[in-house]
Design a protein around this ligand. Sequence first.
Ligand code: DX5
Ligand code: ZN
Length: 219
Amino acid sequence: MTIAVAPSILAADFSRLGELVRTVQDAGADRIHVDVMDGHFVPNLSMGPVVVKGLRPITSMPLEVHLMVERPNDFIPAFVSAGANSLIIHEESADDSLSIIRDIRARGVKVGLAIKPRTPIDVIVPYLNELDLVLCMTVEPGFGGQAFLPESIERILNIRKLIEQNNPTCELEVDGGIDARTAILAVKAGANVLVAGTAIFGAEDGPAAATRAMRDTCI
Ligand code: DX5
Ligand code: ZN
């Protein structure tokens, strides 16, 4: 299974954002994870389409947008025009997830569905055939720098089973508290896309070494 590393820019120094994105790209990162928070769905504010628009010309990596917002539908056109390559919505954020998933795909970008740590994993089943990616949150969404929830391992194992049964090409991404140690556990359980913020942009030996270390330990 191919493993992809997706640095989360939420943990980056925003005064050096372009430079840091190029650094992780050169070190072998596969995509950039953009955390969008609205202060309602989660108790924090982060960034919007302007950040995607600003990054688009300076990197060849896909930009994936993790929408931790109420009414995700309202923001889809703006992120697509800004240059997002994939949009991930939360199952808990909308009643009409299926129509939003179809709308995202119809716009020519990839589509993912995220679930929070306390959401039963079975909720993904009706959508699985139409998804490129399932995002299993391994912390409560809202803030970077939290500890990986150990109960996530069993959830990852079981989501991997559901994916194999329903749509084996669908990716399984983990997000929250992923570092060199938890990345290995998550990959062993069946994850194939690793989001990491603090472990990459907050690394003592710098984001390039941290990106390479995560790739080397997991491949
Ligand atoms: C949390 C975000 C994560 C976060 C991960 O709500 O979805 O993407 O940036 O940060 P770390 O890797 O620091 O846990
Ligand atoms: Zn995220």
